[in-house]
Design a protein around this ligand. Structure first.
Ligand code: NAD
Length: 432
């Protein structure tokens, strides 16, 4: 079975299970499972024809929201699964948004900058009539970035000006048009704090969980010197490690696609990143404080990082890395799903029954879309906030999201935050 189809089936299965347990009527369940609109697009760039998608899953809570990915494996099923999960994630995060996703079947690594610019603009021409700041708000995803958002928003504003010759060209109107895309560069309306937002949001959620556990009679955490291992040292993994370290957690192991490093006394994330930039990998970066030295640690495989006897495990790279083959070897007490779908359904069930506390992806990595919402809000209200203000708003929103899920889960036999997150999300979506 292709991975897109598998993703879609598992997203639909958990919605179905949750909606049935909430005793929703059949037509409501069907509307949660089937997307509102599937746009399948064929568009040309010069003589080449590309296939792309924009799937608008559900807009009960507000405008559709979701990224655009450029990847050769993009499929209708994958985009639909991701759009469905965006509906849940936005509802979990308490955002006034629905869920959508876009994608183009392309290997962007084979395109030069000009070709990428042309492709981005052509995709926007194909979708411009059904997006808008109050309709559907795209953002970056796999292989798309602020530069691509700049081309897209530029093309979008040009199209709107062409279509509506009487449109005003003042700052306020321009800001609102630009709010159609988030993840933009700062000088055209992007928000400070967006780069770190997903990692930062994950650390806020983890801190909120640790506070609850420290005060809980049921789940106790004895150590004050909690250890952490992070798989993946890209945007999400690095900022998670850096900010968790600043909060006093001990990061003992990190990895990237080329290997992992273990420093039992605790590594310094920033020095490790500088070392990775020099070497091209974290393997071999045994960095304590500002010094990297072979005596401080050793290189291990990325797979064995997952099996370390740490308190907190943070998969922040790929999907399905914790599965039937390694679930029995996982020793962490808490897992923070910073990647999308890093734990398979079987492993999730096994670990939850064993008493491992898992912060599900729809909650753990929702800091990114939350700051996208703050960017949109600033554009819509003609405001520009300091990074501190953005971070503080993110903290308040992440705390609120966490507490509503925690409260819901507290009534269960086993602490299943994923089930609670889906319940809270679906209740919010159908209530509106
Ligand atoms: P990224 O490309 O910046 O980083 C990915 C990292 O994973 C890299 O360090 C890469 O070397 C590493 N990696 C790849 N294969 C690996 C392997 N086998 N073992 C260990 N490490 C490996 O991507 P990112 O933006 O950090 O995203 C990571 C995950 O988080 C993805 O699942 C993504 O969908 C999810 N996510 C990202 C955001 C965001 O705002 N960036 C938001 C929500 C979810």
């Amino acid at each position: 079975m292709n991975t897109g189809r598998k993703m879609l089936e598992s997203a639909q299965a958990i919605i179905l299970k949750t909606a049935k347990s909430l005793k929703l009527a059949n037509e409501l369940i069907e509307r949660l499972i089937q997307p509102n609109v599937i746009h399948e697009l064929n568009f040309s760039v010069g003589k080449k024809i590309y296939k792309g998608f924009r799937i608008q899953h559900n807009n009960n809570l507000g405008p559709y929201k979701g990224g655009i990915r450029f990847h050769p494996n993009v499929s209708r099923e994958e985009v639909q699964a991701l759009a469905t999960l965006m509906t849940i994630k936005c509802a979990v995060a308490g955002l006034p948004y629905g869920g959508a996703k876009g994608g183009v079947i392309v290997d962007p690594k084979k395109l030069n900058e000009n070709e990428l610019d042309e492709l981005s603009r052509a995709y926007v021409r194909a979708i411009n009539t059904f997006i808008g700041a109050e309709i559907d708000v795209p953002a970056p995803d796999v292989n798309t970035n602020p530069k691509i958002m700049e081309w897209m928003v530029d093309e979008y504003v040009k199209r709107i000006k062409n279509q509506k010759s009487k449109i005003k060209t003042d700052h306020e109107t321009l800001n609102k048009l630009r709010a159609t895309f988030t993840g933009k560069p700062i000088d055209i309306g992007g928000s400070l704090g967006r780069t770190e937002a997903t990692g930062r949001g994950g650390v806020f959620i983890l801190k909120a969980l640790l506070n609850k556990l420290r005060n809980s009679k049921v789940y106790s955490l004895k150590s004050n010197n909690l250890t952490v291992a992070v798989q993946g040292y890209g945007n999400v993994g690095y900022y998670f490690a850096k900010l968790a370290h600043e909060q006093g957690l001990k990061i003992i192991s990190v990895s990237d696609s080329k290997g992992a490093v273990l420093v039992n006394d605790g590594l310094d994330p920033e020095t490790t990143m500088n070392c990775k930039k020099e070497k091209g990998t974290v393997a071999g970066c045994y960095c304590k404080g500002s010094v990297c030295d072979i005596r401080y640690g050793k290189t291990i495989s990325s797979a064995s990082l997952l099996e370390l006897p740490v308190d907190i495990l943070v998969p922040a790279a790929l999907e399905n890395v914790i599965n039937e083959t390694n679930m029995k070897k996982i020793k962490a007490k808490i897992i923070v799903e910073m990647a999308n779908g890093p734990i398979t359904e079987e492993a999730y069930e096994y670990l939850t029954k064993k008493g491992v506390i898992i912060i599900p992806d729809v909650l753990a990595n929702s800091g990114g879309v939350t700051v996208s919402y703050l960017e949109w809000y600033q554009n819509m209200h003609g405001e520009k906030w300091s990074e501190d203000k953005v971070n503080e708003k993110l903290r308040l929103m992440m705390d609120k999201a966490f507490y509503s899920i925690w409260d819901k889960a507290s009534g269960y036999k086993a602490l299943d935050l994923k089930q609670a997150a889906f319940e809270v999300a679906i209740e919010r979506i159908v209530k509106k």
